[in-house]
Each structure stands twice: as C-alpha cells, then as structure tokens.
Design a protein around this ligand. Structure first.
Ligand code: FPP
Ligand code: MG
Length: 363
C-alpha cells in the first residue's frame, strides 16, 4: 500500500462503521468501566478515581490529536480513539492513591503511560501483520507500514514530552520502560538462544513487552503522588507479576475469545505461528492426550480455515491450556503477595480485585 493511501480520507466517528463508533464510545469510559468492575468500592474513592480517569482521557485525546497536520493527527489518533480498557491510566491513578493523589501531574502521568502503550500497539500490529485493533482497521492496514511505524514513534515522542513536564524521575521511568518494551519485542523476534528453555524465554519476553509498562504505570503514579519508596517498590513488584499474568491471559483469550469481544481476530497468534505459552507447553508435552495437536503444530499454521479452527479447538481444550491457566494463577498469587506489603486502602482492594478480573476477563 502506498504511503499516501488513506491520508486525507475523513476518519471521524461519523464515517466509521457502527462497530468502530461503539468502540470510540467505549474509549472515553474504558477506565471507568474497568474500575466499576473492581467494586463494590468506597464511594469517595470511586468518584475521585473516575473523575481523574475522565481528566486523564482528555489529556490523552488532546495529545494524540495534537499533530499540526490534520492528516498526521488522523493517523496518530486512530487507535487511541477506537477504544481500549485504559488499564494503564487506571494503574497510574491507583498507584497515586498510596501518596497524595491530588498532587499536580498524576492525571498527566496517566496519559503518559497510555501514550507509550498506544505507540507500542502501532508497532506491534505491523510486526504481527494484524488487520484490526480495538475493532477498527489497524493503522498499517489503513495507512501502510511505514506510516504506522512513524505514527507509533510520534506517540512515543509525545509521551516523552508530557513526561518532561513531570520531572526527571518520570522521564527516567518512561525511558527505561520504552527500552524494556523494545528489548522484550526483540527477544520475541530473536527467539530462545541455543539451549535456553523456551518457557523461560517466553517469560523474559513477557516481562519486557507487557509487565514493564504495567509496573511503570503503578510506579509513576506512586512517584508523582510522593508515595514512600517502599510502597513504590511493592507497587512495581505487583505490576510485574500482574503484567506477566495479563499477557498469559491474553494468550488464552486469543484461543477462547471471539473477535466481537476482543476486537482482534480469534486465533491470530496461532495463524501467525506466534509461540504463545499454550503452544510452547503443548509442543513440550508428552503422552497421548495432545498428540494430534502436537502433530498439527509441528506442521505449522494452516491456510485452510477449517483446519486452523480444528487446531484452535484442540489447543483450547488441551492440557497445555490448563497448564497455562495454572501459570497465570501462580503469577496472580505473587502479585497479591506484593500487595500485602501495602497499607490497607480502597486502592489496594481495587488492585486485589484486578487480579480476579485478569483471570476471568473475556476482552
Ligand atoms: C502486544 O502483545 C504488544 C505489546 C504488549 C508490546 C509491543 C512492543 C513493541 C512493538 C516494541 C515497541 C515499543 C514502543 C514503546 C514503541 P501481543 O502481540 O502478544 O498482543 P495482541 O494480541 O494485543 O497483539
Ligand atoms: Mg500483537
């Protein structure tokens, strides 16, 4: 696709399909909806965090649409306007609850974390050749790969700019996290080193590409609100484990959750030959139960839709999928242990409930 294809076309909600318009509506309330799923919550806490989420969303939308050229703003605003759970801004605001959440900059910090996330999605969709994200066409499907990569770069630059307004500690956390995201993705690209256990390698990848940003979001919130260092450390550790569990859950969702719920094609990891945790465990497995599955995985992704669906069903019902679920729960248990080092507050209860949410989420 040419670089200019898609530019200049109107991409406002009015010309988007109904599914995309619904997704855009969800985006403003994404974090609020997620927070409400963590309840029942103390009323004053819920109101405070909801208001902060709405304000943070405003910072985000202003940032993603702020390119002076409206055609560039269409590109950079595309995925952020289409929806999302806004998990990262929520984590920033929950982290801030262990300090003085009303301090200046906590709301902008929520936008910083989501900008980094959005930037990574632009790049990730290019890497995965994903056709859709949040129920709309991926940026590269619409504007081409080079434009999508630059769109992601632009969002990352915007995150750095907002972080600079918040001070050197936030700049450092932001830069370190972006580096870990890229390293995680590069490790995924290079695959395990000779002799390296593929499951160990998988968790190294996950620590970089997913856990780093969730941990950073919690830390940024704590730091910006002036939380004590030991609380920031506990929040960071919680975020690392939650993030690992979140990515493992994402692998399971790829198997089990239909596209209408996730906004991504079901089974896209399998089709793309991505070594997700269930696939790695199935390949390493022994015994008759998953023998047919192992043979199909050894043959590689199938272009025949019926065959692909058959493999997906076998994988979803496999012992490997059960083991994947057990590993996810183990990381959630470790996240809860880190939480126990924090003082009892409504935010701690919400973070505890988030562990349950990760285990049962369908989108
Ligand atoms: C989604 O994982 C992808 C990520 C969580 C991070 C991707 C990171 C990069 C592409 C590095 C570049 C980073 C920056 C900051 C520009 P997935 O593919 O397993 O999940 P999906 O099903 O949502 O695509
Ligand atoms: Mg992906």
């Amino acid at each position: 696709m040419g670089l200019t294809q898609g530019f200049g076309a109107r991409t406002t909600a009015s010309v988007l399909p109904a599914s995309a318009r619904r997704a855009a509506g969800r985006s403003a309330m994404g974090g609020v909806g997620l927070l409400k799923r963590l309840g029942p919550l103390e009323a004053a806490f819920e109101t405070r965090v909801c208001e902060a989420l709405v304000a943070s969303e405003k910072w985000l939308q202003d940032a993603i649409g702020s390119a002076p050229d409206p055609r560039v703003a269409e590109l950079t605003g595309h995925i952020g306007a289409a929806g999302g759970k806004r998990l990262r801004p929520l984590l920033v605001l929950l982290g801030a609850e262990f300090g003085e959440p009303w301090r200046e900059g906590t709301i902008q910090a929520g936008a910083v974390a989501e900008l980094v996330h959005l930037a990574s999605l632009y790049h990730d969709d290019v890497m995965d050749a994903a056709a859709t994200r949040h129920g709309v066409a991926s940026a590269h499907a619409r504007w081409g790969e080079r434009a999508a990569v630059f769109g992601g770069d632009w969002l990352l630059a915007r995150a750095a700019q907002l972080a600079a307004d918040l001070g050197p500690e936030i700049v450092r956390l932001n830069a370190e996290t972006a580096g870990r995201l890229v390293s995680g993705q590069l490790r995924e690209l290079t695959g395990p080193a000779p002799g390296e256990d593929p499951v160990d390698h998988y968790f190294q990848v996950v620590a970089g590409k997913t856990a780093a940003l969730l941990a950073m979001a919690l830390a940024v919130g704590g730091v910006q609100a002036g939380a004590p260092a030991e609380h920031v450390a506990a929040l960071t550790e919680y975020g690392e484990h939650l993030g690992a569990a979140f990515q493992v859950a994402d692998d399971l969702l790829d198997l089990r959750s239909p596209a209408e719920l996730t906004g991504k094609e079901q089974g896209k990891d399998l089709l793309a030959g991505v070594p997700s945790l269930p696939v790695l465990l199935a390949v390493a497995g022994e015994g008759p139960r998953d023998a047919e599955l192992r043979a199909r995985l050894a043959a590689g992704p199938s272009a025949d839709p019926a065959e692909h669906l058959g493999t997906l069903e076998l994988l979803a019902a496999s012992r490997a999928a059960e083991e994947t679920e057990a590993l996810m729960h183990a990381r959630l248990d470790r996240a809860r242990l880190a939480l126990a080092r924090l003082p009892r507050r409504p935010a701690r209860d919400a973070l505890d409930a988030l562990c349950d949410y990760v285990a049962v989420r369908t989108a």
